[in-house]
Design a protein around this ligand. Structure first.
Ligand SMILES: [Zn+2]
Ligand SMILES: [Zn+2]
Length: 358
């Protein structure tokens, strides 16, 4: 069975104008027996889109369609596909391929496969460049296609595919739950999800922000404590308190107070960063004195696996969790992207399909 989907999207064509996207045709990946083809209805706008379009993570392949918080309807499935059929509502996140054979892949850690292919700006073995969700359609291996429960609206599911999953994974992996105190650093798209999930998991949530204008929102999201990091000695009362800190910051300066965050961890507590700043921003220097006295650990986390994504959707369904989003037609991606870059979004943009079939 074939389909008549056209593959086109709002693409970056000139890297010097990072937010000017032009409707462009592209060649999709070659359809294979494990693939699912999806007609896109929604796509969230992630900070990664901005880092990629501005070339902050390195030179991107042009023309490029970004977007990796994709929801749509299945239009075609390959003969090996199990559990997904034509007409189903599904999502695709930030990863679209892996080797399926390495130790990580076999252990359901495909998000850590060294041969992973990102949903856009990646390259398939046959040379075709992967193109993202600010467009009409996408093809993906079934491992990277997530069925969406009927109870979750597409507009709500979209930003869960990357933003939601990226913070769900470390919360789940590192034991957020009843009796645990969890810190969330940076309350933007990812951080707002971290507050929502950590509360839903039963943890006591400490939100860290310097943005006065967000404090009322953060309370409504359910945080138990809000700490203004511009207050003097803000971290001191929390010394040796938190079991886990998830940091969504994607901007680091040499004076970012990483040591202050580590000092708030309880014995063997973990500080996990999910934010990835531009290539010229290393983590601030720390000293052994920052990690030895409380035996704490510093680590990272990369998106999430299909297994974790399905658990996240189940939690969202069971607890009726809705993200804080604004919808815009896809042709207004420029506004959404510029607002994300300027930290003006409360708390995620979701683009809706507006490309007319011809
Ligand atoms: Zn692998
Ligand atoms: Zn993302």
């Amino acid at each position: 069975m074939s389909s008549n989907l056209e593959f086109k999207g709002y693409a970056l064509t000139d890297a010097s104008k990072w937010s000017d996207l032009n409707l462009t045709d592209f060649k999709p990946k070659t359809f294979q027996p494990d693939d699912v083809e999806i007609s896109i209805t929604h796509c969230g706008v992630c900070g990664s889109d901005v880092h990629t379009l501005t070339q902050g993570w390195g030179e991107s392949k042009l023309p490029l369609v970004v977007g990796h918080e994709i929801v749509g309807k299945v239009t075609r499935v390959g003969k090996n596909v199990v559990g997904i059929k034509q007409g189903d509502r599904v999502g695709v996140g930030a990863q679209i391929g892996s080797c399926m054979e390495c130790r990580a892949c076999k252990a359901s850690y495909e998000n850590y496969c060294p041969h992973g292919i990102p949903t856009y700006n990646g390259q398939y073995p046959d040379g075709i460049v992967s193109q993202g969700g600010y467009g009409t359609a996408i093809r993906a291996h079934q491992q990277f296609v997530f069925p969406i429960p009927d109870e979750i609206e597409s507009r709500d599911a979209a930003s869960m595919m990357c933003g939601g999953l990226t913070v769900f994974s470390p919360l789940k992996t590192h034991g957020a739950g009843p009796g645990k105190k969890v810190g969330v650093v940076g309350i933007g798209g990812l951080g707002h999800y971290a507050v929502l999930w950590a509360k839903a998991m039963g943890a006591e949530v400490y939100a860290f922000t310097h943005d006065q204008s967000k404090m009322e929102d953060i309370k409504k999201m359910g945080a138990d404590h809000i700490i203004n990091t511009e207050d003097k000695d803000w971290h001191k009362p929390l010394a040796l308190t938190l079991d886990l800190i998830v940091s969504t910051r994607d901007v680091f300066a040499p004076d970012t107070p990483l040591g202050a965050y580590l000092s708030m961890l309880f014995v063997h507590g973990k500080f996990i960063t999910v934010g990835i700043p531009d290539a010229d921003q290393p983590l601030p220097a720390i000293h052994s004195f920052d990690v030895v006295p409380n035996g704490c650990m510093l680590g990272g986390s990369a998106i999430g696996s299909k297994k974790e994504c399905m658990e996240m959707l189940e939690l969202a369904k069971r607890k009726g969790i809705k993200p804080w989003i604004h919808e815009l037609p896809m042709k207004e991606a420029k506004k959404a992207l510029e607002d994300v870059k300027a930290n003006r979004v409360r708390y995620r943009y979701v683009l809706t399909q507006d490309i007319q079939a011809e």
